[in-house]
Design a protein around this ligand. Sequence first.
Ligand code: GAL
Length: 414
Amino acid sequence: MRYNTALAILATSTFLLTVNNTKAADLEVTHWWTAGGEAAAAKVLADSFDKLGGDKWVDGAIAGSGSTATPIIISRILGGNPMGATQLNTGRDAEDLVKAGLMADLTEIAEKEGWADIIRPSKLFDACKYEGKIYCVPVNIHTEQWMWLSPAAFKAADLPAPTNWQEFVATAPKLKEKGLIPLATGDAWQVFLTFNVMISSIGGKDLYLKVYRDKDAAAAASPEMKAVFEAFAQARELADSGYVGRSWNEATNLVISGKAGGQIMGDWAQGEFSVAGKVAGKDYDCLLGLGNHPVLHTGGDAFYFPKNQNPEITKAQLKLASLLISKETQVAFNLAKGSLPVRGDVDLATANTCMKKGIEALNKLDNVAPGAGQLLAPDSGLEIEDLSKEFFADKNMTVEDAQARFVSIIERAQ
Ligand code: GAL
């Protein structure tokens, strides 16, 4: 018995030694970048990390969208089974983990490398701060207010490519005649994204801020907001019946293959066009703010590093953090991802025409607004997501009924 116990202790310590010696620099990195363009962008990070020598990026991709992956990532950390590093959206998702003392403090390296001076917009970096300390590295600026168009689909229907939402709607009957889908969309979060995009693109920035930031019920009940619901009702007429459960990249691929006229989606869609070898402005086009109001809601991705007792892992974590913010990685990764660098001091000469449109718009502060996830408490966001999903699926739900429900959600929203 005593012998067995001793053996068990020995086995455990040998195991730990093995882990320390051989696996110490194997850094498991979780993320939900599994679509073609996303995987290509993740590979840029993995390859750059491995090239530094010694430590290895162990890919922990989680299939599905952020809404599937985020709770898995959080529960692994809470459950004492942390990964070496993880992607999360830049925002409040990791707040509880930071408060619980489970995340590595990056303040020292952030100060040494002057992150506060190079990361823009500064609001994005604020999301990494808690009680004056730094807990994450933002890696990109993603914006959602885009419509991606297929010139081939409009050509097939003998139509000029639309330049705004109203023109897009007018092309739908001819596209349908040709057996094409006017608007490619997919599962609930994509429909919710469409609704949020429409508030600022159809209604304008003031309406968006009044409703989501100020929780102004009168603005939610206004004729301007009614026009947003009317545009959203047009959108549900333009989607095909097969949209339920379709992933965002499948929807993008309908645009790439010319089977759909357009898709309302974040700029990460550009990663898909890019792996398909498509050129912006030629094989596909983009309407910022649906061609109406060029308002961009800023958000993106950040990397977090759960605390670890193994000094080798801690060393590798800091090495990765520093790499993620370096000029070379910022350029190479963001060009592959379709997002914009968080550093303003990098050369983006090779950015395509759609990215250039985004950069130009972001440079005018008037065009910029916080993302819905930063303005609404998660519960309020979920209620609006449910409403948008139901409205989209049920053509019998009237604009008036949907708007009345929206007003009551905004009245209670946090
Ligand atoms: C977002 C994320 C992006 C993107 C998208 C679709 O949450 O910020 O990086 O890839 O999900 O997976």
